[in-house]
Structures are given as C-alpha cells and as structure tokens.
Ligand binder design. Structure first.
Ligand SMILES: [Zn+2]
Length: 333
C-alpha cells in the first residue's frame, strides 16, 4: 500500500499481568493457597474464554511465514497456496480458489485469491480480507512478511476456526447473522519495483475479484468489507484510513471501545491505497484496518526485519476481538 504520512511514535509497552505469590506455609496453608489460586485464576480463565485466541492466530502466522518469501512466480508462492488449500480442505470448509492471469510489468502472472464461506441465516454477507503474498521486488532478500501478509493471514485462519465452531454448534450449521466470507487476496504489492505502486501495478487480486463480483451481482450481497493489513505489529497503532466508509469506521471504533482498546485505534488519520479501494469504488461499505507505522521510523516495513519477533499474540487478540465484535454489530444493524 502507499501512504503519505509523517511518522510520529509514542512508545507503548504492553505489560503482562503479574500474579501474586503464594505461600504453602503454616496451618491450612495449602487450602488457603488453593482458594487463593482459584480466586486469582478465575477472572483469567473468564478472560481466556471471552477473548479472541491471538496465540492461535500468531501460531498460524508463524507457520505461514516459515514457508518463506511468497512472491508471485516463486516457489514459496506455490507452497503458500498449497498450505492454504490443504488447511481449508482438511477442515472441510467451503473453499473457492479464484485463479486468474494478471497482466503485470513482468508479463502475464498467475495469481490466486482464496475465498472461504461460512453461511449465515440472514441474507447477505460480511467479507473479511487480507493479502497473503509477499513483494516480487523483494525476491532477492529473505523477506517473509511476518506482519505484512502473514500476521493477517494467521488472524483470518483463527477467525475461521471461531466461525467454524460457531456454525458447528447450531442445528442447521449456520451462523446466527450474515454469512461471513474470508478472502485471502493475492497480488496486493506492486510488481515492477518497491516504490512503483500505481493503480495498475498493485492490488491485482482485489481488483480482479471486485470486478468479477460486480459483473455477477455478488457485490450487492455484501453488507461490509473489513480489510486487515499489517496489524500484527507489537506496537499497535491502527490509523483512521480516510477512503474507508465513515459508518464502518465508527462501528469498528465502537467495537474497540467495548474492550477498552481505544488507544490502539484511530489516533491518527491517513489516506492509504490498499485492497479495499476496488470495493469502495463500487459502493461497498469498506474499511482498511491497517497499521502503517512499523518499527522505528517505519524501518521494518518491506525489509528483512519484518520477522515474527516484531509481531505479537497480544496485538492479534486485540484485532480478533474487534473483528468478531464488528461482525456482531453489523449483524445487529
Ligand atoms: Zn506490503
């Protein structure tokens, strides 16, 4: 994606809650300790159950990044496709592979969007998206895109687990609200060079799918499109993206507020070109949930430093909580 922004950062340190020490000493010490432990751990267990499993998303991201660079036409690109295909087939999900040939500066390139559908009882669909590939111009370095591509692929895989479990619990195997479609876009990054982003050399997968869904009428079913990009960052500060649909920005802010996550969301505004634009331009309510401020002076963005140690399960918990709550709020509209 491209952006125009002056980087300003405030250091944020995410501290882990500290547990009190327990003493097994004295009469009744063990019983008191046990009661103490139960009282202390109970709220943590409630927390663990009610919050999104960011550790799960992180583990998926780790496995996906471990494939290595995933640039179009490269061997890692094929392996990543195989990873996604095998994952959804193993889980018996409704998978559609949207494979097409993109006209790029290096000639025709075969790209694949992966679409996974979880049917709901309400007519209409909520689409969650990410891109999964890495940059072709970075093929000469070991760029694994832990944050840029892998983190949000992991996030959507963990969201799929939640949706699959929710569906399985109901008698008709459907979600309570709208259908939820997860889209893993290919070809988001520019091909010609790292700084060569243009509307014709970027967002190949989303431009292809938005056009296709425009032609066959699918776009009319979409109530909202939420795009996730680069939000595994340990130091999470998601910008208010100005091309995004205002009511959807407000709804996501409301979802964040429910968990007390306001400080991570929308403290600064930016206009960012990303996979949501082809949908915005066709009138689909859309939001780009993105943190384009990655590392000191953005030094991890599109560099070999974009590795798993720069992202966190905590940030993915925040993301997952907000995405799941946003789905609930859109269902209620
Ligand atoms: Zn990127």
């Amino acid at each position: 994606m491209i952006f125009s922004w002056f980087w300003r950062r405030a250091a944020k340190h995410l501290g882990a809650p500290s547990l009190p020490r327990f003493c097994f000493c004295g009469k009744g010490g063990i019983a008191r300790t046990f009661i103490g432990l139960v009282l202390t751990l109970a709220p943590l267990l409630v927390f663990a159950q009610s919050h999104f499993d960011g550790a799960r998303a992180y583990e998926y991201a780790r496995q996906f990044a471990a494939i290595g660079p995933r640039w179009p036409t490269g061997p890692g690109h094929v392996k990543a496709e195989e990873f996604l295909r095998a994952h959804f087939q193993r889980n018996r999900d409704q998978l559609e592979e949207d494979t097409f040939t993109a006209d790029t500066p290096i000639g025709p390139v075969q790209l694949s969007n992966f679409i996974v559908r979880f049917p709901g009882r309400k007519p209409g669909a909520i689409v969650l998206g990410t891109h999964w590939e890495t940059n072709y111009p970075l093929r000469t370095i070991n760029f694994v895109g832990a944050n840029d591509g892998a983190s949000t692929t992991g996030l959507l895989l963990a969201i799929a687990d939640r949706l699959r479990a929710q569906s399985a619990q109901s008698r008709d195997k459907k979600l309570d609200g709208y259908s939820v479609w997860l889209v893993f876009f290919d070809g988001e990054e520019a091909i010609r060079c790292l700084t060569c982003w243009s509307r014709s050399d970027s967002t190949y997968g989303s431009r292809h799918l938005a056009a296709k869904w425009g032609r066959d009428g699918t776009l009319n079913q979409i109530k909202a499109f939420l795009l996730a990009d680069m939000i595994g960052d340990k130091d999470l500060d998601i910008q208010r993206e100005t091309h995004s649909t205002p009511w959807l920005i407000d709804l996501v802010a409301q979802a964040a507020k429910k968990f007390g996550y306001q400080r991570y969301f929308f403290q600064q505004s930016m206009d960012i070109e990303d996979d949501h634009l082809p949908f915005v331009e066709r009138g689909v309510p859309s939001i780009d949930i993105i943190d384009l401020n990655y590392g000191p002076n953005n030094s991890y963005h599109h560099t070999a430093q974009d590795t798993m140690d720069k992202i966190s399960a905590h940030s993915l918990t925040i993301d997952g909580d907000v995405f799941m709550e946003s789905i609930r709020l859109i269902d209620q509209r």
